[in-house]
Design a protein around this ligand. Structure first.
Ligand SMILES: CC(C)(COP(=O)(O)OP(=O)(O)OC[C@H]1O[C@@H](n2cnc3c(N)ncnc32)[C@H](O)[C@@H]1OP(=O)(O)O)[C@@H](O)C(=O)NCCC(=O)NCCS
Length: 183
């Protein structure tokens, strides 16, 4: 894929991140209610961290191993969150992660973005399996995954040490054959 794709849903535009997005990314992620639910982020989340995240997203796209989308509202171009898919090419599988800034919660944006990225993973990337890891206490994210069609496959007990606490992690997945049948 030569150019970074832009994906559209009813209310959202999922586009390439630009370095100009870094200040808003930092503001939205430097929030314990957001970062505290992510597996691989910690506070404080600096502007340098935001720039590094964006630069890494460009590098993984160039390498053909990852697509990290800025989730924006079509109505006013507000950047509301993040949704990505990272590939393990040899297994034709991809992991999705996402976050939505707290001012934009409860409006169905995560579900809308995750469904679109799952479709992108099967239709454009030709994947066989799409999966996600989620802290077991994160019921909102579990709902998002279930509404995107992923099924809980199991629990990795005390798999993550987060803020000094060992936490259980659930993993969810959707196979291409099931997506084709149900999608
Ligand atoms: C999880 C998160 C992405 C949900 O974003 P969102 O745009 O508010 O989600 P949606 O509006 O699409 O709602 C998805 C479902 O979760 C529910 N939900 C949303 N926020 C919730 C909360 N704080 N607690 C419990 N349920 C919640 C919604 O009611 C909905 O379920 P329903 O359709 O059964 O009613 C967002 O809260 C977030 O970014 N959290 C911090 C980062 C994170 O957890 N990322 C996922 C890591 S795996």
């Amino acid at each position: 894929m030569k150019d970074f794709p832009t994906l559209e849903t009813e209310r959202l535009r999922l586009r390439r991140f630009e370095l100009a997005d870094a200040p808003i990314v930092q503001t939205l992620l430097n929030d314990p209610d957001v970062t505290g639910n992510l597996l691989e982020a910690s506070l404080p989340f600096s502007l340098e961290d935001a720039c590094s995240m964006i630069t890494t997203s460009h590098a993984t796209f160039e390498a053909g191993t990852g697509w990290a989308f800025a989730v924006t509202r079509k109505s006013n171009d507000d950047l509301v969150g993040y949704c990505d898919i990272q590939l393990q090419c040899e297994h034709q599988r991809g992991a999705i992660t996402y976050w939505i800034g707290r001012p934009y919660w409860w409006q169905g944006y995560a579900t809308e973005a995750a469904k679109k990225v799952v479709r992108f993973g099967y239709e454009q990337l030709g994947l066989n399996r799409i999966y996600a890891y989620v802290l077991q206490r994160n019921t909102a994210s579990a709902h998002v995954l279930q509404k995107a069609g992923l099924i809980r496959e199991g629990t990795l007990r005390q798999s993550i040490l987060k803020a000094g606490v060992f936490e259980d992690v659930d993993f969810y997945a959707l196979l291409r054959e099931d997506w084709l049948t149900e999608g």
